[in-house]
Design a protein around this ligand. Sequence first.
Ligand code: ZN
Ligand code: FE
Ligand code: FE
Ligand code: ZN
Length: 266
Amino acid sequence: MLLPADYHMHTPLCGHAVGEPVDYARRAVELGLPEIGFSEHSPMRRDDFDNWRMLNGQLDNYVAKVRLAQTEFPQLTIRLALEVDYLPGQEDWIRDLAARHPWDYFIGSVHYVSDSWGIDDPAKLSEWKKRDAFEVWSAYFDRLTLAAESKLFEIIGHADLVKKFGIRPAQDCTPLYARFLTAAAIAGCAIELNTAGLRKDCKEIYPSRQLLELAFQKGVTITFGSDAHAPEEVGMDFPDAVQLARAVGYLDCCRFVQRKRERVKF
Ligand code: ZN
Ligand code: FE
Ligand code: FE
Ligand code: ZN
C-alpha cells in the first residue's frame, strides 16, 4: 500500500509530547512514509493563555528542530507547519504567525468553544456535565465553519474532535456538518483524516464516515495525520484511514509546499 504523508505531528515543545523531530523522522523512514509534516501547537499572543503549547520565544527553536530533521533525513520530505488554534478575534495574531517563517501549511483546529474551555481537555471534563451536548456540538461546528471561512488555514484539523470523549447529542448533526463543509469547499480548505481518534474514548477516526461522505460529495479535499505525540505514533493506523477514504470515494489527497496545494494519489 502506498501510504500518504503524515501531516500532523508534535514535538516536546508543547509539554505533552515526547521525542525530537529527528526521532519522528527516523520512524517515518522505517515505515516507508514518503513525506511528513510537523504541526506543533502554535503559540498564542499571550504565553499564559494555557499550558499545552510552545511559547513565543520557542518558535525559532521549533523551526531549528524541524530543519535539523530535514538535514539528517534528506531521503524524506519534511514539511514545516503549525497546528493553530482558531478562536474568533485571533485572526490578526494568526496572520502575524504566518509572516514569521516560510511555513508549508497551517492546520486550523478548534479546541476552544469559549476562551476558557478546551473541549478535548481531560482536566476540563466536568464542564461537559454543565452543558447540553447539542449546544456544545453546535458551538464547536460554528467555530469550525468560521475557521474554514477565515482562509487562514490549508487544512482543518480533526473536524469532529468534539466527539473525543464519546459524548454525543441525540439530535441529527447533519446540518452542522453540511454548513461547515460548504464553507470548506468554498474556501478550498482541506480536512484531515486524523487517526488519533482511534486512541481516544470515541474509538473512531476524526472525522466520522458520515461527515467524510458529505465532504466527498461537496468536493472537499483531504490530508492524513496521526497527531503523533510520540515517535511510535507516526503513521499509526494509516491503513485504516486509507481504507476509509477509499471506501468513501477519495482517490487523491493534498500535499502543501509553501502554502500551495498539490494533489497526489494514495
Ligand atoms: Zn497535543
Ligand atoms: Fe488538536
Ligand atoms: Fe495535534
Ligand atoms: Zn491535534
